[in-house]
Design a protein around this ligand. Structure first.
Ligand SMILES: Cc1cc2nc3c(=O)[nH]c(=O)nc-3n(C[C@H](O)[C@H](O)[C@H](O)COP(=O)(O)O)c2cc1C
Length: 366
């Protein structure tokens, strides 16, 4: 299958299916000398893994990460880093009913049209489980960013129609509620809404915000590899993502130039902006302020409620999807968006190393 590689300088190749033997990622382009242990990666794996929260699938997976290569005596060696997880709690029989028909909102129909053959057990490559490989690679990217003082943080800003109140924004609250919302009241309201969805055998969507702190200026290329273009691709490549905004995003189209422009100011030897509607990116390059990305997820397609669909013989049928599914994808995808943003930024940080002759001379001139 093509299209399983992301990045140019720091590349990740993900592999595996949700009901195969396991899943993993090969990272190429990671510099040597970074301290890296399985525990460093496991922390993020545990934030994504199924069964870790009331609003995730009840599939119970240890998702224990194994470092297969590229690390020696606790440090990266500069060679490809291969990371993998063995699948444990597979119940392939739960999926036998969908072998012959197409789940509305899932990738079954398009997979069959493209390949003529599919691993129907849990969605194969189109399963949310594929994202564990991204989270593993993201944990390595975060180690690189940590060395540079760059931090990537994601949290939930809305579930269905319930949005956080920016006046009540509380960073400490993010890790305290199962929805990762920085507003306790909104999280409580969203929980009530989700419980109602679940009792009605339905699902919900939501929006995740990702903020990058400590970003240096000039990262991203001016044309095809714009920072916003690459972040867009990174987020849109996650299953169930239907929209990505940078900064004021779609609202920019409703404001005037005077309202939308971020005015520059020079004070005490430092350039700053008086607002951040640009979301930290101008002309595809970081402007030194925080990068702000919002990613919209659709409701989980697999719901237990009876739906209309067709089978392989083009017969109209009713479908009652069995198996275990996330009633909302957002909480489990919070760490996935952090991972994809981190991988993208590392990739473009590395590309930027060649942008000035001084940088090359600094490295090579004797
Ligand atoms: C972390 C994560 C978990 C997911 N869990 C489920 C799930 O339990 N059931 C389901 O039907 N889809 C789930 N999905 C979404 C499907 O993978 C996705 O909707 C499907 O592949 C169709 O792709 P599209 O929505 O991008 O068009 C999940 C996605 C992510 C990122």
């Amino acid at each position: 299958m093509s299209g399983s590689i992301f990045g140019k300088n720091f590349t990740i190749t993900t592999w595996g299916e949700s009901h195969g033997k396991g899943l993993g990622v090969v990272i190429d382009g990671c510099p040597s000398g970074i301290s890296l242990t399985e525990e460093d990666i496991q922390k993020d794996m545990d934030r994504r893994k199924p069964g870790s929260n009331a609003y995730g699938t009840k599939r119970s997976e240890g998702d224990k990460i194994h470092i297969m290569s590229g690390v020696f005596e606790g440090k990266t060696t500069g060679t490809p880093i291969s990371l993998m997880v063995f699948n444990e709690d597979q119940r392939s029989r739960d999926y036998s009913q969908i072998a012959e028909c197409y789940r509305p909102g899932h990738a079954d129909y398009t997979f069959d049209k493209k390949y003529g053959f599919r691993d129907y057990r849990g969605g194969g490559r189109s399963s949310g489980r594929e994202t564990l490989s991204r989270v593993a690679a993201g944990a390595v990217a975060k180690k690189i960013l940590e060395e540079l003082g760059i931090k990537v943080v994601s949290y939930t800003v809305s579930i269905g129609n319930i949005s956080i109140d920016r006046e009540k924004f509380d960073f400490d609250e993010i890790s305290k509620n199962p929805l990762f919302m920085p507003d306790k009241d909104a999280a409580e309201k969203a929980s009530i809404f989700l419980n109602k969805c679940m009792s009605e055998e339905n699902s919900a969507g939501g929006i995740i915000e990702t903020v990058v702190y400590g970003m240096p200026e000039g990262i991203g290329e001016p044309v095809f590899d714009k920072l916003d273009a690459n972040l867009g691709k990174a987020m849109f490549s996650i299953g169930a993502v239907k929209g990505v905004e940078i900064g004021s995003g779609f609202n920019a189209s409703k404001s005037t130039g005077f309202e939308n422009n971020d005015f520059f100011e020079y004070n005490n030897g430092k350039v700053s902006k008086l607002s951040n509607n640009a979301g930290g990116i101008l002309g595809g390059m970081s402007d030194g302020s925080e990068i702000i990305i919002r990613t919209a997820f659709k409701p989980t397609p697999s719901i237990h409620k009876t739906q209309k669909t067709i089978n392989k013989n083009n017969e109209n049928i009713d479908i009652n999807i069995k198996g275990r599914h996330d009633p909302v994808i957002v909480p489990r995808a919070v760490v996935v968006t952090e991972a994809m943003a981190s991988i993208t930024i590392v990739d473009l940080l590395f590309a930027n190393m060649f942008s000035k002759i001084e940088n090359i001379k600094y490295l090579y001139k004797r």
